[in-house]
Design a binder for this molecule. Structure first.
Ligand SMILES: [Zn+2]
Length: 324
């Protein structure tokens, strides 16, 4: 229902009823309609700007979720990198040292992935930074893991070679010495039992009654058998390879030996005696490495715990005099 409109007429001092043509009325309607439409569009724009549509809300939530996952992934990568760093350290400082391999150069471990930009397709998004960072770290870890596994392959080969070495190098005591009471005199300056002067004792003496079994301390080959009434008396030298030789002196007799005979660790090579320059039945035992005499105390590692080792050193130091 259209309202009737009036207009004050100052001449007649009356309100006159306003008459409008159809055209006027249509124009007013049009103005009103367009005005409303513009207002509606503005409201809509403002609303959209301030508030998301349901679809946008879902996308934003997914995006936030993804970001969170990347952050968690990045924390996991931290852990993986730490473990890997520990592996590398053990690899270089322990395993590769044991097997006498050169440490892997840092440049090889850290070496980047060169060439074209592999992350180009990840660029240009809101989250590009975190995605690319993660991809780069993953690639670096992959490279390091590859280098590490190659190193372990190499170590595996070295270890299988060393298995033979470990059976060859002297690693047990040459006579049964369970409570170590047979340890008589060790490496170092001792009063010579016969000359009564201070002399360097280049081996270790084990006291035992005549006829006590003497064992080869590692796999090897007999390279010398001497029967003598002087010096070392009846003695034997075994060549173990890898630069190692062992000498067993003052023996009473040999056990079926000939030069070139292959010997296994623990084989009985002869029996304790007091031949040569000796004051009482005992075994004088020496270890030679690359032509030099070395302290045999360091070559009982198959037999001795660290505590027993300490005790053996103590016992071997106590005696001021060797049996020679
Ligand atoms: Zn001796």
């Amino acid at each position: 229902m259209a309202k009737t409109k009036y207009k004050y007429n100052p001449e007649t001092l009356r309100f006159d009823r306003i008459q409008r043509t159809f055209g006027e009325r249509f124009l007013r309607f049009l103005a009103y309609f367009v005005g409303s439409l513009v207002l509606a569009i503005m409201y809509g724009a403002i609303f959209t700007f301030l508030f998301d549509s349901p679809k946008e809300k879902v996308l934003k939530r997914e995006n936030a979720q993804m970001r969170l996952q990347y952050e968690l992934l990045s924390k996991d990568l931290d852990k993986v990198e730490k473990v890997l760093a520990h592996l590398q350290e053990t690899d270089d400082n322990l395993y590769r040292t044991i097997f006498e391999a050169e440490p892997i150069p840092t440049s090889l471990r850290e070496g980047g992935i060169g060439g074209v930009n592999r992350y180009e397709e990840l660029e240009g998004y809101d989250n590009s930074r975190i995605v690319i960072e993660t991809a780069v770290r993953l690639d670096r870890i992959k490279k390091k893991t590859y280098v590490q596994s190659k190193s372990f392959d190499e170590l595996k080969d070295l270890a299988s070679e060393k298995e033979e070495m470990l059976s060859r190098i002297p690693a047990i005591m040459p006579i049964s010495n369970k409570d170590l009471t047979r340890t008589a005199s060790g490496w170092g300056y001792r009063i010579h039992p016969i000359y009564k002067i201070r002399k360097f004792h280049y081996g270790m003496d084990f006291t035992a009654s005549t006829g006590t079994e003497i064992y080869a301390t590692g796999d090897g080959k007999v390279v010398r058998i001497r029967s003598s009434k002087r010096g070392f008396g009846n003695h034997v030298i075994i060549d173990h390879g890898y630069g190692y030789e062992t000498l067993y002196a003052h023996m009473n007799r040999f056990n079926n030996l000939y030069v070139g005979k292959t010997i296994k660790r623990g084989d009985v090579i002869g029996y304790v005696g007091s031949t040569g320059l000796s004051t009482a039945p005992h075994l004088h035992y020496e270890v030679h490495h690359n032509g030099k005499k070395v302290d045999p105390a360091n070559y009982y590692f198959n037999d001795l715990s660290p505590e027993e080792y300490e005790r053996m050193i103590e016992l071997s130091m106590r005696s001021g005099q060797s049996f020679d």
